[in-house]
Design a binder for this molecule. Structure first.
Ligand SMILES: Nc1ncnc2c1ncn2[C@@H]1O[C@H](COP(=O)(O)OP(=O)(O)OP(=O)(O)O)[C@@H](O)[C@H]1O
Length: 249
């Protein structure tokens, strides 16, 4: 492929179309295999929360890794803000550094600890700043990962199934936390999830990927905080399950 194939971080490029993130004609192949991302177009507005759903192998993680600049593109282009953070399913904390040191990893300045404490308090980990990562529960470790992501004040936050490994109750608490943090920080968010209810609780839009293409792009026009009991929730759940080819009758 000799067409334009690039990831352009930087506010100037992102200003195009008024969107924070613009994906245009994005195609990704591994070797001679089929296109895992197939001429994909997607725009995310500043401060918009987008959930990305799709069956296993539909290309969600590949898209996220490409947006993060961790994977090259085969064809097409991506423009996005310079300041991005990613949270993965596993916390990826360094076990030989304390929680606060993990939170400000790669950052300098005399106020590092103070900044770490502030953001750890924000995610509800103020009592564990000096703990070692291996002593944290799964939920606490993901809180620390969120703190490390937020301390960089990203304009674009990517979350790759961040709560998939947590028990159902902890997951609900973490969803509430992410919702609160997003309302406070108002960065653009792309959340990869298999959980339709999680998408409906959190996102402004749910995008369903199928074989590397967008099959459905569904606005979620519900005010927050959202309730599972809301009749609109039931309706949108049905639409999304249909888009995923899952029928709940
Ligand atoms: N490094 C790689 N080399 C070859 N093929 C790959 C590589 N990474 C991903 N793929 C393939 O690309 C396709 C999409 O993978 P991807 O991980 O993006 O899917 P996904 O939607 O995130 O799946 P899951 O929900 O299971 O995480 C899959 O068929 C996968 O096998």
């Amino acid at each position: 492929m000799n067409a334009v194939a690039q990831v352009v971080p930087g506010a100037e490029a992102s200003a195009r179309d008024g969107a924070a993130v613009v994906v245009h004609g994005l195609t990704r192949r591994f070797g001679d295999g089929p296109a895992v991302l197939d001429h994909l177009d997607l725009a995310i507005a500043p401060g918009e929360f987008v959930a990305l759903l799709g069956h296993s192998g539909s290309g969600k993680s590949t898209l996220l890794r490409t947006l993060a600049g961790l994977d090259p593109v085969t064809d097409g282009s991506v423009t996005r803000p310079r300041e991005v953070s990613v949270v993965f399913q596993e916390s990826r904390l360094l076990p030989w550094k304390r929680v606060w040191q993990n939170a400000v990893l790669g950052q300098d300045g005399a106020d590092r600890r103070a900044r770490a404490v502030a953001v750890l308090e924000e995610v509800g980990l103020g009592h564990r700043v000096d703990a070692w990562p291996l002593t944290l529960s799964g939920g606490e470790a993901q809180r620390a990962a969120l703190a490390r992501a937020l301390v960089r004040e990203p304009a674009f936050l990517m979350l790759d199934e961040p709560f998939a490994a947590l028990d159902a109750l902890t997951r609900l608490k973490m969803q509430r936390l992410v919702s609160d943090l997003w309302i406070r920080h108002r960065c653009s968010v792309l959340l990869v999830t298999h959980d339709v209810d999680e998408a409906l609780m959190l996102a402004d839009r749910a995008v369903v990927l199928e074989r590397g293409r967008i099959r459905t792009d569904l606005p979620i026009p519900m005010e927050r905080p959202r309730r599972h009991a809301d009749p609109r929730f039931e309706h949108l759940r049905g639409v999304l399950l249909d888009a995923l080819g899952v029928h709940d009758d």
